[in-house]
Design a protein around this ligand. Structure first.
Ligand SMILES: C[S@@+](CC[C@H](N)C(=O)[O-])C[C@H]1O[C@@H](n2cnc3c(N)ncnc32)[C@H](O)[C@@H]1O
Length: 257
């Protein structure tokens, strides 16, 4: 089953408030070329490039990559000239060059479902960073009551939006389940399109499985893969991380992995 239905990606997967401005500001401050892992449809990558950051984006999903390339083809010449989009997965990264920063926005690191994959990806990222290069990423913890009870939620309405492609209203339903042993959050999404009379006319299902990593475990992982943690915030406005919710990480390449 799909993780991200391409037709609905931009309307539903809108990011975390402040994320594009944060990644753009931090990437600009390096003064160098950056690498975005899991670029999706270019939600972060295109504003980065438009702001003057030379950027390479990696994306494994062929449909999302095609949408990103299509959007890039409509961007200004300056944006196109400093942007490169490639297929690929972060745990298999082998580009033969190093970058001033590696960015992993919008919980993409959580697609690595085992500690083995996490270590493999961090090792590849380390090999693609210049000495003192920055790793910037955000992740999140599941709701505390889900961690406590480990239950499956009943199907609930999340939101609705107007699909710019079809003009139809789309209702989005979700159910979530936590696998406490494997540290996995499984989300089943149903995108229900309504016709002009408000009747259900099509359903698209999506299944998102993400690994959550508590703060101390992430620090251990990063340090053991040759990174020094410089900042952990609870949002993109430098708020203290309260122990749950969003985790915004800034780490620096410090040593051989
Ligand atoms: C939540 S989306 C984020 C997309 C984009 N960065 C954004 O902020 O809108 C997660 C992305 O990670 C990609 N992805 C999944 N597994 C990956 C992996 N192993 N390596 C790199 N990207 C991956 C997905 O295909 C998807 O495009």
């Amino acid at each position: 089953m799909l993780a991200y239905p391409p037709a609905y990606y931009d309307a539903y997967f809108v990011g975390v408030p402040g994320d594009v401005a944060f990644y753009t500001r931090r990437a600009l401050s390096t003064g160098g070329r950056v690498l975005e892992l899991g670029a999706g449809t270019g939600r972060v990558l295109l504003p980065l490039a438009a702001a003057g950051v030379p950027v390479v984006g990696i994306e494994p999903d062929a449909d999302l990559l095609a949408l990103a390339r299509q959007r890039l083809s409509q961007a200004s010449r300056g944006t196109r000239q400093q942007t490169c989009l490639l297929p690929g997965r972060m745990e298999e990264l082998d580009l033969g060059e190093t970058f001033a920063a590696v960015l992993i926005p919008y919980r993409t690191f959580q697609h690595l479902l085992t500690p083995v994959d996490q270590v493999e990806a961090l090792s590849r990222i380390h090999a693609h960073l210049q000495p003192d290069g920055l790793l910037l990423m955000d992740t999140f913890d599941p709701l505390q009551e889900m961690l406590r009870d480990g239950v499956q939620t009943p199907l609930r309405l999340d939101t609705d939006f107007l699909d710019p492609g079809s003009g139809q209203r789309v209702m989005v339903w979700y159910t979530r389940q936590v696998d406490l042993e494997m540290q996995l959050l499984e989300q089943h999404l149903v995108f229900e399109a309504l016709d002009a009379d408000g009747r259900s006319c099509a359903r698209t299902h999506a299944q998102l499985v993400l690994r959550y990593t508590p703060q101390q475990e992430m620090i251990y992982l990063l340090e053991n893969c040759g990174f020094c943690v410089e900042e952990l915030s609870g949002d993109f406005h430098d708020s203290l991380y309260p122990g749950y919710g969003n985790q915004v990480w800034v780490a620096r390449r410090s040593a051989e992995a």
